[in-house]
Design a protein around this ligand. Structure first.
Ligand code: GTP
Ligand code: MG
Length: 370
């Protein structure tokens, strides 16, 4: 059952808590400001104060942010979003760094590339690829459990001088569970002890059959140190992306997912958002998880201010009222009141859920003791 604390009710009506407590008392209900009252009682009080009752339900919230299905003729190709996964020390970061280094344009080479946990590169063939840097396995899992499917392709990095390790298997399972195609990058091929064949046979045991073993999972031998095989890897990704026929509608209100977020001392709450559909623009009003805001500034992966960000583009978003969590979904709304209402509704619902979970544990503990 829905409930609201007396303090929150007063707050939402912009009335004094004491007045609400008094009004409740007159209706024969003794409640302090931190106590919850049920929705029916709240409705009575709201009417007593001469306010209009608008009950927000899950469905209402969904309706507000549900945009019309995109018409096929409005869809445009969008860049693929790639997550690099693999066991500790198998060279994920080195590989990403090398790809970025080799692909930053001459003009930017001297500049400081701001690290926003996600960036775009252009291949020699002209394809734009979006790489996600941050999602470690835990983040990936939590994002998936929140329903944020951000990645289109997983690049599984396996060190050729090592073998398939526990986190390699975890990554394989993640990719399979998410139904995301995989490309195997056999890294550290420059090492004298490299044994790529062992990697390929190891993978067989986990039902990953690479092309070299007559399967259909692309595999590329690479070295983050020498740069060997990196162009082939990017081409493999571009090829895989082509098969996926990824599309989005850039001409609608934006929808995206939070890749990472933090409270920045100078700039306030900052979220790195991957735009998944539509175009996010400066001045847009949005709700993101339990937070809301108005886009004050958008900063791209090169640290530049941009006016807007389209599908598959990662940007830092400034102008939030609070710090969202990785995996939270961002939706642009038409009014600030709407954005705030949805955010508050979600925060309230989450609080109720936590309270309910807390109560259940307590009950369980009681039963155990008995
Ligand atoms: P975690 O983020 O800790 O999981 O590791 P990672 O997968 O990002 O590996 P990282 O890129 O930090 O590389 C681990 C070590 O392997 C570093 O010492 C790298 O210099 C080395 N390394 C990475 N790639 C190569 C390669 O292609 N060849 C050689 N010889 N060494 C490599
Ligand atoms: Mg790393």
């Amino acid at each position: 059952p829905e409930a609201i604390t007396v303090a929150e009710l007063a707050n939402r009506m912009a009335e004094r808590v004491a007045d609400v407590v008094k009004s409740l008392m007159q209706s024969g209900i003794m409640a302090t400001q931190n106590q919850s009252i049920d929705a029916d009682t709240a409705e009575l009080i709201i009417e007593e104060f001469g306010h209009r009752v608008t009950r927000v339900s899950d469905a209402d919230v969904e309706d507000v942010i549900k945009t019309a299905d995109d018409k096929p003729e409005d869809l445009r190709p969008r860049p693929p979003v790639i997550t690099i996964m693999g066991h500790v020390d198998h060279g994920k970061t080195s590989l990403l760094d090398r790809i970025r280094q080799a692909n930053v344009t001459a003009g930017e080479a001297g500049g400081i590339t701001q690290h926003i946990g996600a960036y775009q590169v252009q291949t020699k063939g002209g394809d734009i690829l979006t790489f996600l840097d941050t999602p470690g396995h835990a983040a990936f899992t939590s994002m998936r459990s929140r329903g944020a499917q951000v990645t289109d392709i997983v690049v599984l990095v396996v060190a050729a001088d090592d073998a398939v390790m526990p986190q390699t298997v975890e990554a394989i399972n993640h990719a399979k569970a998410a139904g995301v195609p995989m490309i195997v990058a056999i890294n550290k091929i420059d090492k004298p002890s490299a044994n790529p064949t062992k990697v390929r046979t190891d993978l067989l045991q986990h039902e990953v059959v690479v092309e070299q073993m007559s399967g259909d999972v692309q595999d590329v031998e690479v070295s983050a140190h020498t740069g060997q095989g990196l162009d082939e890897l990017l081409e493999a990704i571009a090829l895989q992306a082509e098969l996926l026929e990824l599309k989005a509608n850039p001409d609608r209100a934006a929808e995206g997912a939070v890749i990472e977020a933090q409270l920045d001392v100078g700039r306030g709450p900052v979220a790195t958002v991957l735009v998944q559909n539509g175009t996010l623009k400066q001045g847009d009003i949005f709700v993101v998880g339990e937070q809301y805001g108005k886009v004050r500034a958008l900063i791209n992966d090169k640290g530049e201010r941009v006016a807007e960000a389209g599908p598959s583009v990662p940007v830092e978003v400034l102008g939030l009222n609070g710090t969202p969590e990785a995996g939270d979904v961002l939706n642009v709304t038409s009014t600030e009141a709407q954005a705030r209402e949805i955010a508050e509704y979600r925060a309230h619902a989450a609080k109720e859920k936590r309270a309910a979970a807390g109560a259940a544990t307590t009950l369980e503990q009681l039963m155990k003791k008995a």
